[in-house]
Design a binder for this molecule. Structure first.
Ligand code: HEC
Length: 96
């Protein structure tokens, strides 16, 4: 039985939120478990790092070919707090 696309997107979004936890909390203890952090990091590396860079600073290898430069995701916590609210971050991902 095939899984609906919406379900896949929602699951991916939840895992990506964990990627942000991992990245943004690299200086502070993370509430995510080690497995979740590893999984989130893998998704970030596969789906996001090409533009946002390996450390999320916006310096990925595709960055120079984009008209709008990728955001420095490490600054998100200045606006949204630390840990980042998963629902706010998920909205960014869903709307792009
Ligand atoms: C094709 C290049 C590209 C990829 C791949 C990409 N992004 Fe982005 N992202 C951008 C660009 C460019 C912006 C800035 C858009 C703007 O300012 O209007 C951005 C903005 C964002 C923002 C908003 C940041 C802010 O400060 O407002 C978030 C959050 C984000 N991306 C998360 C992600 C995540 C998570 C992934 C992986 C699922 C991802 N992006 C993959 C190019 C990319």
């Amino acid at each position: 039985m095939a899984i609906g696309q919406g379900t896949v997107v929602m699951r991916l979004t939840a895992r990506l939120s964990l990627a942000f936890f991992t990245i943004s909390l690299s200086l502070v203890a993370s509430p995510a478990t080690a497995n979740e952090a590893t999984e989130g990091k893998a998704i970030f590396m596969k789906c996001c790092a090409s533009c946002h860079g390996l450390t999320g600073e916006g310096n990925g290898r595709l960055a120079s070919s984009l008209t709008t430069p990728p955001a420095n995701l490490r600054l998100l916590s200045q606006r949204f707090g630390n840990p980042l609210p998963p629902d706010v971050i998920a909205r960014y991902i869903d709307s792009s």
